[in-house]
Ligand binder design. Structure first.
Ligand code: SF4
Length: 339
């Protein structure tokens, strides 16, 4: 077999509920839980997480509208587990077919008085900070939208933060970026990137750490929680690594003996509960930042299981675990001033 062995997503879901249940018993009131149980976490979450919480079940409750700006394809590092095509490049075709259409869509939205936007995500298939001109162009449009709508739009940028020197941070301040989602392990947890994080916090940005829940990224973090606290990081988002044709060989060779893959909305490598190990440390050490199992919405994929598997049995109930969660949203998000 060319892939890691496959396990059933219901097993993964069961393990996640089991760990969540244990944490709740050990740290009552500390864990905030989403209705229908997806995305277990503790602490106040980033406003940018809000739509994911509502989207699958409570569309009518969605309070935030989002739009993405894809800035480019190329990265300045090459992580073994990267799930993008290692030969991707910024050809003229990419500009024509991907980058410009995103900017065009944003521009069209900006002209539509009925279209309301709350959050903008700057992302890429590489390193977003290599593409400052795209950020500049998009942010100019966003500034005009803010004037037209009379409200503030929250901007989040995904990055490995290696290029975030003083001048770049000042530029991004001008572009009104609010939050960085930093993939710190891409630089092997470099001190330089941590320096950049300190500078960003000093300049008033919100910094979140967003990491694949793989041993090489997550285990070192367990010993760096004090560093995150000292840096005033607000959120730690852990996400199981997506498995694609571009990283399957690496994942099989590196983790094939110990880890399994499963399918939820996409194929992921089950982290064997690593995110809950980190969550437990965060709770035990009473850290101030939030932590989330961003993948725990395997629920999302299985909620309609009974429709195509007539004999579908709830794996939680059959194992004596409760599925009773509040029906209203029970999550705290950091508020930002929208006007
Ligand atoms: S930093 Fe992100 S985009 Fe760049 S190689 Fe690593 S995983 Fe891929």
């Amino acid at each position: 077999m060319i892939t890691p062995a496959i396990i059933d997503r219901d097993y993964v879901l069961y393990k996640k509920y089991q760990r969540k249940q244990q944490l709740l018993e050990r740290y009552p009131f500390q864990l905030y839980l989403k209705a229908q149980g997806n995305c277990f976490h503790s602490g106040k979450l980033s406003p940018g997480c809000e739509t994911c919480f509502y989207r699958p079940y409570n569309k009518d409750k969605v309070k935030t509208n989002t739009v993405s700006v894809h800035t480019g394809q190329v990265c300045n590092v090459a992580c073994g587990y990267c799930y993008y095509d290692p030969y991707r490049e910024d050809s003229g075709e990419v500009y024509h077919n991907i980058i410009y259409p995103y900017l065009q869509q944003l521009y069209e939205i900006s002209l539509d008085p009925l279209y309301d936007i709350d959050i903008v995500f700057y992302n890429s298939r590489g390193e977003t900070l290599k593409y400052l001109w795209v950020i500049k162009e998009a942010s100019d449009i966003i500034k005009r939208m803010q004037t037209n709508y009379g409200k503030r739009i929250y901007s989040i940028l995904y990055t490995n933060f290696m290029l975030a020197n003083d001048a770049v941070l000042d530029f991004l301040k001008e572009c009104e970026v609010h939050e960085f989602r930093v993939h710190w392990s891409a630089s092997h947890f470099s001190d330089k990137v941590m320096d950049n994080i300190h500078k960003a916090v000093e300049k008033g940005f919100t910094v979140s750490i967003e990491e694949p829940s793989l041993p090489e990224c997550g285990i070192p973090l367990i010993n760096k929680l004090d560093i995150l606290e000292e840096a005033k990081v607000k959120h730690l988002n852990m996400i199981e690594c997506q498995v694609t044709k571009d990283n399957v060989k690496y994942l099989k060779e590196t983790y094939g003996q110990t880890h399994y893959m499963y399918r939820d909305t996409l194929w992921h490598l089950y982290d064997n509960g690593l995110v809950y190990d980190i969550m437990e440390e965060v709770l035990q050490q009473n850290k101030s930042f939030s932590i989330i199992d961003c993948n725990s919405n395997v629920e999302n994929a299985r909620s309609d299981a009974h429709m195509y598997i007539p004999e579908f049995q709830d794996p939680l109930q059959s194992k004596g675990l409760s599925r009773e969660y509040p029906t209203d949203l029970n999550v705290d998000f950091y508020e930002w001033n929208k006007t």
